[in-house]
Design a protein around this ligand. Structure first.
Ligand SMILES: C[S@@+](CC[C@H](N)C(=O)[O-])C[C@H]1O[C@@H](n2cnc3c(N)ncnc32)[C@H](O)[C@@H]1O
Length: 261
């Protein structure tokens, strides 16, 4: 599954690798696993930087794994993040990079709970969990003006058919008033090419408080949190579709947690 159509225009693979570089300082070498490794943008970087480590990539999607299979020194596994494929306490680092929102989209809180509990089990007592994903804002109404008729049609489709939550909005002259997370969700859908998949996918699913709550319940202690804004080129792409009354927001979060035994 894709991240966003806009991000593909900006060369998604390269961007994904650049984002992965942010993870590197927190990785504990040894045995490292990425749940939802996709085509392997992060795995390739890990194999460069942690040459003495065993690096495993797990994903449900056969096509993505096929693209990742030419990477050197990587073990690829086809499976679900919630499945208990590995023995307990074997990994030093578990990474979810832009995969937890997909798990949430298709399996909701229950899927996240199972995936985090699985991560907890497979991590060693002093292991590190790294989550890098989209970040929802606390409730905050914003104003958005859509620039083209085709984007207006797409917004109607989004408001009527988006499955993870109900999209509430009202119109004041040329402005649409809606929740900031819903505005960003619409803009992250890009030009709606894969709508049948994208209507099921929530990118802005948890606020920081909700991430904390799920991690604490799974037994983790949060050690560090860094928030990021959209890359400038991605924000510019979004502003081609709409005018909004807010600046480039903090939309991604990198959370590092440890087992709190
Ligand atoms: C947006 S991609 C991110 C890929 C990679 N982590 C990156 O940042 O380049 C999300 C990946 O998560 C995988 N995924 C979604 N749900 C999953 C699950 N329950 N178990 C394992 N992988 C899953 C998808 O197949 C997809 O390859």
């Amino acid at each position: 599954m894709s991240n966003t159509r806009n991000e593909k225009i900006v060369n998604f693979y390269e961007m994904s690798r650049k984002r992965s570089e942010r993870i590197l300082p927190y990785v504990k070498p040894g045995r490292i696993i990425e749940f939802g490794c996709g085509e392997g943008a992060t795995l390739s970087l890990l194999s460069e930087y942690f040459q003495g480590s065993t690096i495993v990539g797990l994903d449900v999607d056969r096509n993505s794994l096929m693209k990742a299979r030419n990477l050197a020194n990587i073990i690829l596994v086809r499976g679900e993040a919630s499945q208990q494929v590995f023995r307990p306490s074997v990994f030093d680092t578990v990474i979810f990079k832009f995969s937890l929102h997909e798990i949430y989209s298709f399996e909701r809180n229950e899927g996240v709970k199972k995936a985090l509990s699985n991560a907890y089990k497979v991590l060693k007592a002093d292991g590190v969990l790294i989550i890098y994903d989209f970040l929802a804002t606390r409730p905050q109404p914003v104003r958005m003006k859509i620039k083209s008729n085709s984007a207006k049609v797409n917004f109607m489709k989004f408001a009527e058919e988006f499955q993870p939550r109900k999209i509430l909005y009202h119109v004041e002259k040329e402005w649409i008033i809606l929740e900031k997370a819903d505005c960003l969700e619409f803009l992250t859908k890009g030009n709606f090419h894969d709508w049948e998949v994208e209507k099921k996918e929530a990118h802005y699913y948890y606020t920081l408080d909700e991430f904390r709550e799920h991690l604490t319940k799974a037994g983790f202690k949060v050690k560090s949190i860094v928030k990021y804004r959209f890359e400038e080129e991605i924000w510019k792409e979004k502003l081609k579709i709409v005018t909004v009354n807010f600046d480039n927001p903090e939309s991604y979060v990198l959370i590092v947690a440890e087992k709190s035994e």
